[in-house]
Design a protein around this ligand. Structure first.
Ligand code: 5GP
Ligand code: MN
Length: 336
Protein backbone atom coordinates (compact mmCIF):
# COMPACT_ATOMS: atom_id res chain seq x y z
CA UNK A 1 0.00 0.00 0.00
CA UNK A 2 1.10 3.55 -0.76
CA UNK A 3 0.42 6.54 1.45
CA UNK A 4 -0.25 10.03 0.16
CA UNK A 5 3.32 11.18 0.97
CA UNK A 6 4.91 8.45 -1.17
CA UNK A 7 2.33 8.97 -3.90
CA UNK A 8 3.09 12.71 -3.93
CA UNK A 9 6.80 11.90 -4.11
CA UNK A 10 6.26 9.51 -7.02
CA UNK A 11 4.31 12.16 -8.90
CA UNK A 12 7.04 14.75 -8.32
CA UNK A 13 9.02 13.26 -11.24
CA UNK A 14 7.64 12.60 -14.75
CA UNK A 15 6.16 9.11 -14.88
CA UNK A 16 4.65 6.78 -17.46
CA UNK A 17 0.99 6.76 -16.48
CA UNK A 18 -1.99 4.86 -17.82
CA UNK A 19 -5.49 6.02 -16.90
CA UNK A 20 -8.28 3.56 -17.48
CA UNK A 21 -11.98 3.26 -16.76
CA UNK A 22 -14.88 0.82 -17.19
CA UNK A 23 -16.05 -0.56 -20.54
CA UNK A 24 -18.62 1.48 -22.49
CA UNK A 25 -17.48 4.54 -20.51
CA UNK A 26 -20.15 7.06 -19.56
CA UNK A 27 -19.81 10.80 -18.86
CA UNK A 28 -18.28 10.26 -15.43
CA UNK A 29 -15.83 7.65 -16.68
CA UNK A 30 -14.66 9.92 -19.53
CA UNK A 31 -14.85 13.13 -17.45
CA UNK A 32 -12.80 11.65 -14.62
CA UNK A 33 -10.24 10.09 -16.95
CA UNK A 34 -9.74 13.17 -19.12
CA UNK A 35 -9.89 15.49 -16.10
CA UNK A 36 -7.02 13.59 -14.47
CA UNK A 37 -5.20 13.35 -17.83
CA UNK A 38 -5.35 17.13 -18.35
CA UNK A 39 -4.07 17.58 -14.79
CA UNK A 40 -1.14 15.15 -15.11
CA UNK A 41 0.18 16.36 -18.46
CA UNK A 42 0.79 19.80 -16.96
CA UNK A 43 3.41 18.20 -14.71
CA UNK A 44 5.29 16.60 -17.59
CA UNK A 45 3.97 13.08 -17.07
CA UNK A 46 3.62 10.79 -20.06
CA UNK A 47 -0.07 10.04 -19.51
CA UNK A 48 -2.44 8.01 -21.72
CA UNK A 49 -6.14 7.32 -21.30
CA UNK A 50 -7.02 3.80 -22.49
CA UNK A 51 -10.70 2.84 -22.60
CA UNK A 52 -11.62 -0.85 -22.86
CA UNK A 53 -14.21 -0.10 -25.58
CA UNK A 54 -15.63 2.79 -27.58
CA UNK A 55 -17.99 5.35 -26.08
CA UNK A 56 -20.78 7.75 -27.09
CA UNK A 57 -19.91 10.35 -29.73
CA UNK A 58 -21.48 13.07 -27.56
CA UNK A 59 -18.40 12.84 -25.31
CA UNK A 60 -15.86 13.19 -28.11
CA UNK A 61 -15.61 16.98 -27.75
CA UNK A 62 -13.93 16.76 -24.38
CA UNK A 63 -10.42 18.23 -24.06
CA UNK A 64 -7.84 15.49 -24.65
CA UNK A 65 -10.33 13.20 -26.43
CA UNK A 66 -8.06 13.05 -29.50
CA UNK A 67 -5.37 11.34 -27.43
CA UNK A 68 -7.61 8.56 -26.04
CA UNK A 69 -6.67 5.03 -27.08
CA UNK A 70 -9.52 2.52 -27.44
CA UNK A 71 -8.24 -0.91 -26.44
CA UNK A 72 -10.39 -2.89 -28.89
CA UNK A 73 -9.03 -0.80 -31.76
CA UNK A 74 -5.37 -0.83 -30.60
CA UNK A 75 -4.87 -3.91 -28.40
CA UNK A 76 -1.11 -4.25 -28.94
CA UNK A 77 -0.27 -0.61 -28.31
CA UNK A 78 -2.52 -0.67 -25.22
CA UNK A 79 -0.88 -3.83 -23.86
CA UNK A 80 2.57 -2.27 -24.34
CA UNK A 81 1.58 0.91 -22.53
CA UNK A 82 0.04 -1.04 -19.63
CA UNK A 83 3.07 -3.34 -19.29
CA UNK A 84 5.46 -0.38 -19.36
CA UNK A 85 3.53 1.92 -17.02
CA UNK A 86 4.88 3.14 -13.67
CA UNK A 87 1.40 3.94 -12.44
CA UNK A 88 -2.12 2.94 -13.49
CA UNK A 89 -5.11 4.99 -12.38
CA UNK A 90 -8.30 2.90 -12.28
CA UNK A 91 -11.21 5.30 -12.36
CA UNK A 92 -14.96 4.77 -11.87
CA UNK A 93 -14.67 0.99 -11.44
CA UNK A 94 -13.37 -1.29 -8.71
CA UNK A 95 -13.37 -4.80 -10.16
CA UNK A 96 -11.02 -5.88 -12.96
CA UNK A 97 -13.88 -7.64 -14.76
CA UNK A 98 -15.31 -4.19 -15.59
CA UNK A 99 -12.43 -3.53 -18.02
CA UNK A 100 -12.86 -6.77 -20.02
CA UNK A 101 -9.61 -8.27 -21.40
CA UNK A 102 -7.66 -5.32 -20.06
CA UNK A 103 -8.33 -6.68 -16.55
CA UNK A 104 -5.71 -9.37 -16.93
CA UNK A 105 -3.14 -6.92 -18.32
CA UNK A 106 -3.71 -4.43 -15.50
CA UNK A 107 -3.72 -7.21 -12.90
CA UNK A 108 -0.40 -8.55 -14.18
CA UNK A 109 1.27 -5.16 -14.44
CA UNK A 110 3.91 -4.20 -11.87
CA UNK A 111 2.75 -0.57 -11.92
CA UNK A 112 1.39 1.12 -8.79
CA UNK A 113 -2.39 0.99 -9.05
CA UNK A 114 -4.50 3.84 -7.80
CA UNK A 115 -8.25 3.23 -7.52
CA UNK A 116 -10.54 6.26 -7.49
CA UNK A 117 -14.14 5.10 -7.40
CA UNK A 118 -17.62 5.33 -5.87
CA UNK A 119 -19.04 1.83 -6.45
CA UNK A 120 -19.84 -0.78 -3.80
CA UNK A 121 -17.58 -3.68 -2.80
CA UNK A 122 -14.14 -2.85 -4.21
CA UNK A 123 -11.87 -5.72 -5.24
CA UNK A 124 -8.42 -5.74 -3.70
CA UNK A 125 -6.01 -5.03 -6.57
CA UNK A 126 -4.88 -1.48 -5.78
CA UNK A 127 -1.97 0.18 -3.92
CA UNK A 128 -3.76 3.42 -3.13
CA UNK A 129 -7.47 4.08 -2.82
CA UNK A 130 -9.65 7.13 -2.94
CA UNK A 131 -13.07 5.54 -2.50
CA UNK A 132 -16.38 6.90 -1.30
CA UNK A 133 -19.74 5.32 -2.14
CA UNK A 134 -21.49 8.51 -1.08
CA UNK A 135 -19.81 10.53 -3.82
CA UNK A 136 -22.20 11.33 -6.68
CA UNK A 137 -19.43 10.88 -9.24
CA UNK A 138 -15.85 9.71 -9.51
CA UNK A 139 -15.15 13.20 -10.92
CA UNK A 140 -16.07 14.58 -7.47
CA UNK A 141 -13.38 12.29 -6.00
CA UNK A 142 -10.81 13.39 -8.60
CA UNK A 143 -11.50 16.99 -7.55
CA UNK A 144 -10.97 16.03 -3.88
CA UNK A 145 -7.83 14.05 -4.81
CA UNK A 146 -6.26 17.02 -6.62
CA UNK A 147 -7.40 19.71 -4.18
CA UNK A 148 -7.33 18.02 -0.76
CA UNK A 149 -4.80 15.21 -1.16
CA UNK A 150 -2.30 16.60 -3.67
CA UNK A 151 -2.87 20.23 -2.65
CA UNK A 152 -2.77 21.36 -6.26
CA UNK A 153 -5.95 23.31 -6.96
CA UNK A 154 -3.88 25.75 -9.03
CA UNK A 155 -3.49 23.06 -11.70
CA UNK A 156 -7.25 22.80 -12.24
CA UNK A 157 -7.28 24.72 -15.50
CA UNK A 158 -10.20 25.18 -17.90
CA UNK A 159 -9.67 21.74 -19.49
CA UNK A 160 -9.55 19.89 -16.16
CA UNK A 161 -12.56 21.86 -14.89
CA UNK A 162 -14.56 21.14 -18.05
CA UNK A 163 -13.99 17.38 -17.84
CA UNK A 164 -14.71 17.13 -14.11
CA UNK A 165 -17.86 19.22 -14.44
CA UNK A 166 -19.06 16.87 -17.20
CA UNK A 167 -18.52 13.85 -14.94
CA UNK A 168 -20.42 15.40 -12.05
CA UNK A 169 -23.25 16.73 -14.22
CA UNK A 170 -23.86 13.39 -15.96
CA UNK A 171 -23.50 11.02 -12.97
CA UNK A 172 -25.72 13.16 -10.73
CA UNK A 173 -28.32 13.11 -13.56
CA UNK A 174 -28.09 16.86 -13.97
CA UNK A 175 -27.68 17.56 -10.22
CA UNK A 176 -30.92 15.71 -9.44
CA UNK A 177 -30.04 12.49 -7.58
CA UNK A 178 -30.14 12.29 -3.76
CA UNK A 179 -26.32 12.23 -3.57
CA UNK A 180 -26.15 15.74 -5.09
CA UNK A 181 -25.06 17.31 -1.82
CA UNK A 182 -24.11 20.88 -0.97
CA UNK A 183 -20.47 19.80 -1.43
CA UNK A 184 -21.28 18.71 -4.99
CA UNK A 185 -22.80 22.10 -5.75
CA UNK A 186 -19.80 23.86 -4.17
CA UNK A 187 -17.39 21.82 -6.30
CA UNK A 188 -19.49 22.52 -9.41
CA UNK A 189 -19.46 26.23 -8.60
CA UNK A 190 -15.67 26.13 -8.17
CA UNK A 191 -15.31 24.33 -11.49
CA UNK A 192 -17.41 26.99 -13.22
CA UNK A 193 -15.19 29.68 -11.69
CA UNK A 194 -12.16 27.76 -12.93
CA UNK A 195 -13.49 27.86 -16.49
CA UNK A 196 -15.99 25.03 -17.01
CA UNK A 197 -18.55 26.37 -19.52
CA UNK A 198 -21.53 24.78 -17.75
CA UNK A 199 -24.32 25.71 -20.13
CA UNK A 200 -22.26 24.73 -23.18
CA UNK A 201 -21.37 21.38 -21.58
CA UNK A 202 -25.05 20.64 -21.05
CA UNK A 203 -25.70 21.55 -24.69
CA UNK A 204 -22.91 19.28 -25.97
CA UNK A 205 -23.96 16.29 -23.87
CA UNK A 206 -27.74 16.52 -23.78
CA UNK A 207 -28.74 18.34 -26.96
CA UNK A 208 -26.49 16.52 -29.34
CA UNK A 209 -28.60 13.55 -30.54
CA UNK A 210 -28.94 12.24 -34.06
CA UNK A 211 -32.43 12.17 -35.60
CA UNK A 212 -32.30 8.35 -35.47
CA UNK A 213 -31.63 8.38 -31.73
CA UNK A 214 -34.72 10.48 -31.09
CA UNK A 215 -36.91 8.35 -33.38
CA UNK A 216 -35.65 5.20 -31.66
CA UNK A 217 -36.58 6.72 -28.29
CA UNK A 218 -40.04 7.48 -29.73
CA UNK A 219 -40.52 3.83 -30.71
CA UNK A 220 -39.33 2.66 -27.29
CA UNK A 221 -41.87 4.89 -25.54
CA UNK A 222 -44.85 4.28 -27.82
CA UNK A 223 -44.39 0.60 -28.73
CA UNK A 224 -41.89 -1.05 -26.42
CA UNK A 225 -42.97 0.09 -23.00
CA UNK A 226 -44.83 -2.30 -20.73
CA UNK A 227 -46.15 -1.15 -17.36
CA UNK A 228 -46.80 -3.78 -14.70
CA UNK A 229 -48.85 -1.81 -12.18
CA UNK A 230 -49.16 -4.78 -9.84
CA UNK A 231 -45.42 -4.51 -9.24
CA UNK A 232 -44.95 -0.76 -9.84
CA UNK A 233 -42.51 -1.78 -12.53
CA UNK A 234 -42.03 -0.57 -16.10
CA UNK A 235 -40.04 -2.39 -18.77
CA UNK A 236 -38.75 -1.22 -22.14
CA UNK A 237 -37.28 -3.82 -24.47
CA UNK A 238 -35.45 -3.56 -27.78
CA UNK A 239 -34.43 -6.36 -30.12
CA UNK A 240 -31.66 -6.60 -32.73
CA UNK A 241 -34.00 -5.55 -35.56
CA UNK A 242 -35.00 -2.34 -33.72
CA UNK A 243 -31.33 -1.46 -33.21
CA UNK A 244 -30.53 -2.11 -36.87
CA UNK A 245 -33.51 -0.19 -38.22
CA UNK A 246 -32.58 2.97 -36.32
CA UNK A 247 -28.82 2.44 -36.73
CA UNK A 248 -28.42 2.61 -32.96
CA UNK A 249 -24.82 3.29 -31.98
CA UNK A 250 -22.94 3.38 -28.67
CA UNK A 251 -24.57 5.88 -26.34
CA UNK A 252 -27.91 6.04 -28.14
CA UNK A 253 -29.69 3.85 -25.57
CA UNK A 254 -28.31 5.80 -22.59
CA UNK A 255 -31.06 7.32 -20.46
CA UNK A 256 -34.00 5.49 -22.06
CA UNK A 257 -34.62 3.56 -18.84
CA UNK A 258 -35.16 6.83 -16.96
CA UNK A 259 -38.30 7.55 -18.99
CA UNK A 260 -39.81 4.31 -17.72
CA UNK A 261 -38.93 5.33 -14.15
CA UNK A 262 -40.52 8.74 -14.63
CA UNK A 263 -44.05 7.28 -14.65
CA UNK A 264 -45.83 8.26 -11.47
CA UNK A 265 -45.76 5.48 -8.86
CA UNK A 266 -43.19 3.37 -10.68
CA UNK A 267 -40.49 2.08 -8.34
CA UNK A 268 -38.47 -0.11 -10.68
CA UNK A 269 -37.64 0.35 -14.35
CA UNK A 270 -35.78 -1.94 -16.71
CA UNK A 271 -34.36 -1.44 -20.17
CA UNK A 272 -33.60 -4.83 -21.70
CA UNK A 273 -31.73 -4.81 -24.99
CA UNK A 274 -30.51 -7.52 -27.33
CA UNK A 275 -26.83 -6.87 -28.12
CA UNK A 276 -24.97 -8.95 -30.75
CA UNK A 277 -23.41 -11.34 -28.21
CA UNK A 278 -25.61 -10.98 -25.12
CA UNK A 279 -28.69 -9.44 -23.58
CA UNK A 280 -27.95 -6.36 -21.46
CA UNK A 281 -30.16 -5.11 -18.64
CA UNK A 282 -30.18 -1.61 -17.19
CA UNK A 283 -32.20 -1.22 -14.02
CA UNK A 284 -33.17 1.97 -12.18
CA UNK A 285 -35.17 2.28 -8.99
CA UNK A 286 -36.57 4.87 -6.64
CA UNK A 287 -35.99 5.10 -2.90
CA UNK A 288 -34.87 2.03 -0.98
CA UNK A 289 -35.54 -0.54 -3.68
CA UNK A 290 -32.26 -2.44 -4.38
CA UNK A 291 -31.95 -2.68 -8.16
CA UNK A 292 -28.36 -3.93 -7.70
CA UNK A 293 -29.66 -6.92 -5.73
CA UNK A 294 -31.58 -8.22 -8.77
CA UNK A 295 -28.58 -7.70 -11.07
CA UNK A 296 -26.19 -9.41 -8.69
CA UNK A 297 -28.44 -12.35 -7.90
CA UNK A 298 -29.82 -13.09 -11.36
CA UNK A 299 -27.91 -11.28 -14.09
CA UNK A 300 -24.13 -11.48 -13.45
CA UNK A 301 -23.96 -7.79 -12.61
CA UNK A 302 -24.31 -5.22 -9.90
CA UNK A 303 -24.06 -1.49 -9.41
CA UNK A 304 -25.67 1.02 -7.06
CA UNK A 305 -28.97 0.60 -5.22
CA UNK A 306 -30.83 2.90 -7.63
CA UNK A 307 -28.83 2.23 -10.82
CA UNK A 308 -27.52 -1.18 -11.74
CA UNK A 309 -26.75 -3.33 -14.74
CA UNK A 310 -26.36 -6.93 -15.73
CA UNK A 311 -26.07 -9.34 -18.65
CA UNK A 312 -27.40 -12.71 -19.73
CA UNK A 313 -26.49 -15.19 -22.44
CA UNK A 314 -30.14 -16.31 -22.76
CA UNK A 315 -32.44 -15.06 -25.54
CA UNK A 316 -34.17 -11.69 -25.21
CA UNK A 317 -37.52 -13.36 -24.68
CA UNK A 318 -36.13 -15.65 -21.98
CA UNK A 319 -34.55 -12.70 -20.16
CA UNK A 320 -37.78 -10.68 -20.27
CA UNK A 321 -39.70 -13.67 -18.88
CA UNK A 322 -37.06 -14.30 -16.23
CA UNK A 323 -37.16 -10.66 -15.16
CA UNK A 324 -40.96 -10.76 -14.84
CA UNK A 325 -40.82 -14.05 -12.93
CA UNK A 326 -38.52 -12.47 -10.33
CA UNK A 327 -40.93 -9.63 -9.51
CA UNK A 328 -43.25 -11.57 -7.13
CA UNK A 329 -40.22 -12.09 -4.86
CA UNK A 330 -39.94 -8.30 -4.56
CA UNK A 331 -43.67 -7.52 -4.56
CA UNK A 332 -43.76 -6.29 -0.97
CA UNK A 333 -40.81 -3.90 -1.44
CA UNK A 334 -42.26 -2.67 -4.74
CA UNK A 335 -45.56 -1.81 -3.07
CA UNK A 336 -44.18 -0.06 0.02
P1 5GP B 1 -25.94 0.97 -16.81
O1 5GP B 1 -27.37 0.60 -16.68
O2 5GP B 1 -25.77 2.42 -17.09
O3 5GP B 1 -25.16 0.07 -17.70
O4 5GP B 1 -25.30 0.74 -15.38
C1 5GP B 1 -25.82 1.35 -14.24
C2 5GP B 1 -24.87 1.24 -13.09
O5 5GP B 1 -24.63 -0.12 -12.79
C3 5GP B 1 -23.53 1.87 -13.35
O6 5GP B 1 -23.16 2.59 -12.20
C4 5GP B 1 -22.59 0.73 -13.56
O7 5GP B 1 -21.37 1.01 -12.99
C5 5GP B 1 -23.26 -0.42 -12.84
N1 5GP B 1 -23.12 -1.66 -13.62
C6 5GP B 1 -23.58 -1.90 -14.87
N2 5GP B 1 -23.27 -3.16 -15.26
C7 5GP B 1 -22.60 -3.71 -14.23
C8 5GP B 1 -22.00 -4.99 -14.03
O8 5GP B 1 -22.04 -5.87 -14.87
N3 5GP B 1 -21.38 -5.19 -12.81
C9 5GP B 1 -21.35 -4.23 -11.84
N4 5GP B 1 -20.73 -4.50 -10.69
N5 5GP B 1 -21.89 -3.02 -12.02
C10 5GP B 1 -22.51 -2.76 -13.18
MN1 MN C 1 -19.49 7.09 -11.89
Amino acid sequence: MLDIASLTELLAQPKKIVITTHHKPDGDAMGSSLGLYNYLIQQGHHAKVITPTDYAQYFNWMPGNGEVIIYTEHPEQSAELIAGADMIFCLDFNALGRINEMGELVGNSKAFKIMIDHHLEPQDFDDYRCWDINACATAQLIYRFIVDELNNKKLINKDVATCLYTGIMTDSAGFSLPNTTAEVHRIAANLIELGAPNSRINELVNNNSSENRLRFLGVCLSEKLEVLYEYNTAIITANKEDLEKYEVITGDTEGIVNYALSISGIKLAAFIVERPDKVKLSLRSKGEFPANDICKKYFNGGGHRNAAGGISSDSLEQVINQFKSILPEYKKLLNE
